[in-house]
Structures are given as C-alpha cells and as structure tokens.
Design a protein around this ligand. Sequence first.
Ligand SMILES: Cc1cc2nc3c(=O)[nH]c(=O)nc-3n(C[C@H](O)[C@H](O)[C@H](O)COP(=O)(O)OP(=O)(O)OC[C@H]3O[C@@H](n4cnc5c(N)ncnc54)[C@H](O)[C@@H]3O)c2cc1C
Length: 488
Amino acid sequence: MPFEGTRPIVCWFRRDLRVRDNPALFHAASAGLPVIPLFVVDTELIKGIRSDGAAFDFQAESLRDLADSIAGLGGRLIVRTGRLTEVFSKIISEVQPRSVYFNRDYEPTAIDRDIEAVKFIERFGIEVKSFDDVVIHHPEDIRTSSGGPYAVFTPFAVKWRKLPKPAPLGRPSRFSTPRLASEPIPGGNELPRAKLVLKPLVRGGERDATDQWNSFLKERLRSYTDTRDLPYMQGTSMMSPYLRFGCISPVRMYSDLVELSPGTDNHPSDSDEKYVSELIWREFYIHVLYHYPYTAERNFRGQFDRLNWSMDERTFEAWKEGRTGFPLVDAGMRQLNATGWMHNRARMVTASFLAKDLFIDWRYGAEYFATKLLDIEKASNVGGWQWSASTGVDPTPLRIFNPAIQSRRFDAEGIYIKEWVPELRNVPSRYIHEPDRMSPILQKETGVVAGRDYPSPIVDHRKAAAYFKSQFIMAKAGRLTSKSPRRD
Ligand SMILES: Cc1cc2nc3c(=O)[nH]c(=O)nc-3n(C[C@H](O)[C@H](O)[C@H](O)COP(=O)(O)OP(=O)(O)OC[C@H]3O[C@@H](n4cnc5c(N)ncnc54)[C@H](O)[C@@H]3O)c2cc1C
C-alpha cells in the first residue's frame, strides 16, 4: 500500500465550494493526515441538469477560486470526470484512503445519490463521515408539536428562531495532498446546450462571496427592509448564487449578522430581522422539499392536479423572451435572460403572470428558470413557483398580481423597465406601466407604437384573472374533473 500509515482522507466537494466554515474540510484537515480535496464531474448527474450554461460557469469560477484557496492551505484540488462509482473506485485503488468526508445535501435526488455512494465506498472497508451543511438547521430538527414536518412558514420560523445556532468553524489547518492526476475544471461551454449569459451580475467563488457579503453588511443591510422590494435598486444582497454553490455558509452569515447587530438570545436585532426571515424562507423550502419530495414535480395540494392548464407555444415563447406587452414582466424576463438573475419581486410577478394570466402550468416556468438562473435551487424554485401559482404550501388568500399595479408600486418611474426594455425609454412615467394606453399621437411622438415597436398586451389581464379565479375555486372545491373544458 503506497500510503500505509498516512492513508489520506478524501474530502468530497459538491455544493460547498469554500474553505472557510466547511465542516467536512475542517474535520478532514484536523486529522493531521494528507487530504485529497476531490471534485467529481459526475457524468450521470450532468445528463439531468437543465442549466444552459450560466450556472456551470459560475460553478467553474467557484472551483478555480477553491483550487487557489486549497493551494494556499498546502493542498491541491483534484478534479475527476466520470460516473461517480467509477471515479471513487479509481481513487480508492490509487490511494486506499482511510476515510471519505462530505457535507450533506438535502435535495431528494442528492440524498439518493449519497446513499448509493456511501454503500459503494463502505464496501471497501473505508469509513465515511458526513456533516451538516447547506442549512443552519437540518430538516429533521424542526418538527411540529405532533412530530410532523411543517407546511406553513410562520410556525416553522418561530421554531427555527428558538433553536440554538451552531458557531462557524473558521479556516481549516494546513494539509498536504498526495500526487494524483487531475483534470481541467469544466465550464458552461462544455455542455451541449451551452448558451452563455451576456453579463452575469456576480462572479463565482468564496472570495467574491465574501466581498459581496461584506459590502452588503456595510452598505445595504440597514436599508434592506425599505429597498428589498424595489427591482430598480440594488437593495438585496445577491447572495443567492453563493448560497447555492456553498461559496459561503449560512452559519457564517447568521453569525456575522448577530455580531454586527446583537439583539437578544444570540439573535440579530429587529432591524436585521427581515434579512434573517429571508434566510428562513430558504430553509423552509428546503425543509418542505425534503419532507414532501413529490412537490418537485407535483402540486403540494392534490386538488389542483385537476387544473386544466393550457399550453400556447406562442404566448409561452413571448413570456420567455420578454415580449408580453406587460413592461414589468418583460423587464424581469429580459434581466433573467441577460444576467442569470432576476429580482425577487420580478420573479413573483413573472411567475404569477405565466400561471394566472397565461394559464400555463407552473412546471414549464420552473423548468425555464432552471435553465437560466445562476442560483437555481430546486427547493426555492419549486417553492417560489408553487407559491406564485397558489398550488403550494403556506396557503395565503388567493392573490393574483396585476402586473401594471405591481409595476406602479415597485417601479413607479419605470427605471427598472427602461433598463431592461430600452425601446420604452422615451415613454413618460405616467404610461410606462401600460404604454398601449398612450394616445396614437403620443405613441408616434415617443416612437412606441403598440404592436409595432412594442407588443400590445398578449392577454386581457382582467379576463384572465377572472378565469383563473373561477378554475381555482372549482379545483379547490373538487368540482373540476379531468374532462372540464380547457381555456384554449
Ligand atoms: C418563482 C420563483 C423562483 C425562485 N427560484 C429561486 C431559486 O431557484 N433559487 C433561489 O435561491 N431563490 C429562488 N427564489 C427566491 C428569491 O427570488 C431569491 O432567493 C432572491 O431573489 C435572491 O436574491 P438575493 O440573494 O439578493 O436575495 P435577498 O433578498 O438578499 O435574500 C437573502 C437570501 O435569502 C434567501 N431568499 C430570499 N428570498 C427567498 C424566497 N422567497 N424563497 C427562498 N429563499 C429566499 C436567498 O437565499 C437569498 O440569497 C425564487 C422565487 C420565486 C418567486
């Protein structure tokens, strides 16, 4: 055995692309043995990935940064491509590791993959240790008084807040990595469907995550409650892609919030409460998908399976390309297509519009988001879509967003709209939310003739909303059958 006596520990990186507060790496490095930081480009997993490349590029940037940080600790990132079991089988025959460490992932498909991987590795008599990561509280640690999982946000959040919070682990000790072959880090353009985003708003990696987080804490956290809903401002943290790829840990973010503005019981002060609440939404959706894995594909509430969604390819394409004639919807979709990120208010409005105005199944929308978003997180995506389509957990009164009203409330001057729909730049604020309402003379003067320079609305919002409401009420009451007439 080439490494007898100092058999290394393999630290298997997945969605935890950082060295600070990384439990698996921290514990592997503390053992005083050589460490093999391994990233597997899993060819089976890639087949099921919907991304058209942007998220892959973000991951590649994060991996390059991780490789640098690991080199700074004395080690070397090893990248291998292939089927997971084949890669492990090869590594095991090359170095006979003592153990394999990794951080857990709570997405249902990842759980299945990990069960298989652990079984496979243990067959060689190799110890496997896994650690909590991704969330501050494991989905099993938050239970209702009867012991079941939560399906409503507020009581989940109350319970979440009461639990003692783990402290961040800091940087790992230095370690060495045995000489092993490594492959290049794969980027988005190696995917068959690669269509890269033009100007991503953030760059991947732990270093950029830390800079972004520190600048948010310093410059924007204080005003977060007032500005988080305004898509034309950079009022939010834009930490979602970093959380998705684990370039920063939520444990560290929470601990920074407490340190910066200590409240009571090791909890941040009230002014930072809103931000914490958003982190809890993230954990809530991870909790829901973990306990109700079917919601990745199906409505949380079965009675809505009877909704006879329609699919009109023409309107679906118009939605995807941001050509619906509803400026806020179009701005959101164009921001997504151009940058791989969309402001949360715009996500809610565009998602509601697809489901409730176009009556297109939310699953098509969720899939489109999955191809584009840098921060694609199955739990939040499916949770956000089911919330927007009113088919999911946490029932609120049926809410149907009116895109023009949303636009007046959250982008009154049309700054966001004009940034992403530049053909509307000469439209006065008064008409920016409904440019087709301009008189024919004004349309000519501004160079925005409805149907020529900018689409006329592709749907009558009032009629569409009334139709959705009637279908929703009937589905809820169990009065829709699979033979109920479709709208198209
Ligand atoms: C239809 C739809 C699809 C969505 N898909 C995703 C997705 O794939 N990945 C994703 O991370 N978020 C998703 N969201 C939630 C939300 O839009 C983004 O998390 C947020 O816009 C990210 O920007 P930020 O980091 O600046 O947010 P901030 O406002 O700065 O919030 C801080 C963090 O809290 C979490 N968070 C904030 N809002 C939500 C929310 N509503 N639900 C869950 N977590 C939240 C995110 O991790 C975010 O980074 C979706 C929302 C909707 C309505």
